[in-house]
Design a protein around this ligand. Structure first.
Ligand code: GDP
Length: 399
């Protein structure tokens, strides 16, 4: 995994979903596609890398990571696990706090379900910019338009659908990219999409939907509105820039679709994550003197502690400054200093040691013994409390 040169290239991403919508499968495909894992996992046969599974533990592979890093198109994507269960309210809140953007996954048959609605509201409260992925388009009864209508109706947000599916149900083979008006077709062998002209029989429908997208975007975005009237239409670049602004402002939601299970739609989804979701530089700093700058005084938040067979791993988000191996940091709430032993980047199939982590990044550290989830860590000379100190000990033991 290469070192990140630019904080702008980091995406701290959560995947939010109703149980069974396909969060695990989407995560799995993302890790496979980005080369972070060598074997494509299947939910069915117990080889996924994000779910706990004894078989995986025996092979020493990371299975209960709170955050997994992977690279896509020159960007580092840190996938933060967001517990879907309401019983872990604090954990959900904390994971929402450390991510900058999210993909909400919906089932193309069921549309918006009660639980997807509650995580959506929670993300609203945290002001997390989102894009939507309507999954399981290969299923019998899958209906993108109906799912999109339920997003509008139940979530009260303007859906901005940027793709038109090619083929229905088991015959779903690809999508028309309405921004660039080209077809992306997957051959079924698990490889990337082939880029083709828009099929003749879909051409008129694709143009109609492109126009609807332009109109919706022009309505939500002043700059786009101007170009819309000046050119009587929008260029792909203006459309993309406006979609990003709209996403960051939360005025609408970009909708993509696919079938994670059949490995269709994941590349465009990642491209959309990079294009529309914020980098750590796009979100407000945690404090005025703690910008997402490697030269600022260090400040970080512990969001999960895992006690594993190989020791305690403390996951943290670095908000400001640079955390280096061997540094002494202050646990602000506890008023105690800690020495950072190893800094570890968790990938799908291994823990990679790294010497430092810069502002905006998410890593795990080993050797910090006392810090609990919710603990604020800071440079000893520049304490900053990011959350009220916690008293209970919510360390999760998985070993
Ligand atoms: P999670 O509970 O949200 O993590 O959902 P999973 O990823 O575990 O998926 C739930 C079930 O749906 C599993 O049996 C998956 O194999 C299946 N599934 C996931 N994605 C798709 C898809 O795109 N198409 C179909 N037909 N099934 C899927």
């Amino acid at each position: 995994m290469r070192n990140i040169r630019n904080i702008r290239d980091i995406r701290n991403l959560g995947i939010l979903a109703h149980v069974d919508a396909g969060k695990t499968t989407v995560t799995e495909r993302v890790l496979y596609l980005t080369g972070a894992t060598h074997k494509r996992g299947e939910v069915h046969d117990g080889t996924t890398v994000t779910d706990f599974d004894p078989q995986e533990r025996d092979r020493g592979i990371t299975i209960f990571a709170a955050a997994v890093s992977c690279d896509f198109d020159g960007h580092r994507i840190n996938l933060i696990d967001t517990p879907g269960h309401v019983d872990f309210a604090d954990e959900v809140e904390r994971s929402l706090r450390v991510l900058d953007g999210a993909v909400a996954v919906f089932d193309a048959v069921a549309g918006v379900e009660p639980q997807s609605e509650s995580v959506w509201r929670q993300a609203d409260r945290h002001g997390v910019p989102r894009i939507a992925f309507v999954n399981k388009l290969d299923r019998a009864g899958a209906d993108l338009d109906a799912a999109v209508a339920s997003i509008r109706r139940r979530l009260g947000v303007v859906p901005l659908t940027v793709q038109l599916p090619i083929g229905r149900e088991a015959g779903f083979t690809g999508v028309v990219d309405l921004l660039r008006m080209r077809a992306l077709v997957w051959d079924g062998a698990g490889g990337g999409p082939v880029e083709l002209p828009v099929p003749d029989d879909l051409f008129d429908e694709a143009r109609r939907r492109r126009r609807l997208l332009e109109e919706a975007v022009a309505e939500l975005h002043a700059g786009a509105l101007e170009e819309f009237f000046a050119r009587s239409g929008l260029s792909a670049d203006t459309l993309a820039a406006a979609l990003r602004d709209i996403t960051l402002a939360g005025d609408g939601v970009v909708v993509l679709c696919g079938s994670a299970y059949r490995n269709r739609g994941i590349e465009p989804l990642l491209a959309a994550v990079v294009a529309y979701l914020p980098s750590p530089l796009d979100v407000p700093p945690v404090a005025e003197d703690r910008p997402a700058d490697p030269r600022a005084p260090f400040a970080g938040l512990v969001f999960k502690v895992n006690s594993t067979a190989r020791g305690r791993l403390t996951y943290l988000r670095v908000y400001a400054g640079t955390l280096r191996k061997g540094d002494v940091v202050l646990d602000v709430g506890a008023g105690r200093t800690e020495r950072v032993g190893r800094i570890v980047r968790v990938q799908a199939d291994r823990h990679a040691d790294t010497d430092q982590a810069v502002a905006g990044d998410i890593v795990a550290v080993a050797g910090v013994k006392g810090a609990r989830p919710g603990a604020s860590l800071a440079a000893p000379g520049a304490p900053l409390l990011l959350e009220a100190p916690v008293t209970a000990d919510p360390v999760v033991s998985v070993a």
